[in-house]
Design a protein around this ligand. Sequence first.
Ligand SMILES: Cc1cc2nc3c(=O)[nH]c(=O)nc-3n(C[C@H](O)[C@H](O)[C@H](O)COP(=O)(O)OP(=O)(O)OC[C@H]3O[C@@H](n4cnc5c(N)ncnc54)[C@H](O)[C@@H]3O)c2cc1C
Ligand code: FES
Length: 265
Amino acid sequence: MYQEKVKVLWNDKVENEYYRIGLTCHRGYSGAKPGQFIMLHFPGPIAPFLPRPFSIHRIIKTGGRTAGIEILYKVVGEGTKKLSGCKKGDIVAILGPLGNGFSFLDHYKRIFIVAGGVGVAPMLFLASYLQKKGVEPSECMVFLGGRSKDDLLCSDDFLRIGMKIHLTTDDGSVGDQCFVTHPLEIALEEDRPDIIYACGPLEMLKCVVGIAEKHKVTCQVSIETIMACGMGACLGCAVERKETSDNYMHVCLDGPVFDASVLHL
Ligand SMILES: Cc1cc2nc3c(=O)[nH]c(=O)nc-3n(C[C@H](O)[C@H](O)[C@H](O)COP(=O)(O)OP(=O)(O)OC[C@H]3O[C@@H](n4cnc5c(N)ncnc54)[C@H](O)[C@@H]3O)c2cc1C
Ligand code: FES
């Protein structure tokens, strides 16, 4: 884990509220795992005082060497608004890579990936990681859901990798008009993957976990909590462990990826 000041390589608007920012960091990121995150301190001397967590979206390579990381973010409040104003060449401070990341076992061949909204951010990194691990992309099905077409990001990237993709929107502007969990449930009636990886809003994750339990499929979920430190010091990111109500885990240290069977969502 490194604390470093890094340069902004680009900060491009992707859709209405979504941006991709490239950062020059390289120390320690060549071995980063999908699902790991950074804590980013915003530029300038004033608020927001606390750093904010962001998943690693992509490792930037130049000439085969790790040259930086890319973050995909949605503007939701003060910090991300400020971040959206960053220009190429600006300096931000980051701490990372943090957390555990998704785990992969060699016998995983058939894989379902479920992403809701900006929850897709770590899943593109996961998709390229799986490919490097020898998973056949056509054996992977990506279920991508959003409120509207503007919230469906990275579909072309998954297709380029060769993964099959199922799109849903709440308003029907693209794909099927339903929650992303609906086609997941249908697909599970016909096919049983080795694992489901999921990231997105809490309500979506609860539903994915319920479906995975019903179909007895292993499931890993990446969850979001408010984080003040990202390294176990503030205890603000506690989540309950299943069936032992007095037993808490910390998303920044024990997660953000959890086996669905241990979490009380
Ligand atoms: C491990 C982890 C990885 C994350 N990865 C990404 C990512 O790749 N891309 C991305 O866009 N966002 C990601 N997030 C969420 C991101 O950290 C928040 O959107 C960000 O902190 C908001 O900061 P802000 O100052 O703009 O908003 P604030 O002014 O702090 O908050 C604005 C609103 O957003 C809510 N909010 C803030 N943080 C969260 C959160 N973590 N979960 C739910 N609601 C929140 C607040 O309650 C408030 O209503 C991640 C969060 C975690 C814990
Ligand atoms: S964010 Fe501070 S302990 Fe997890």
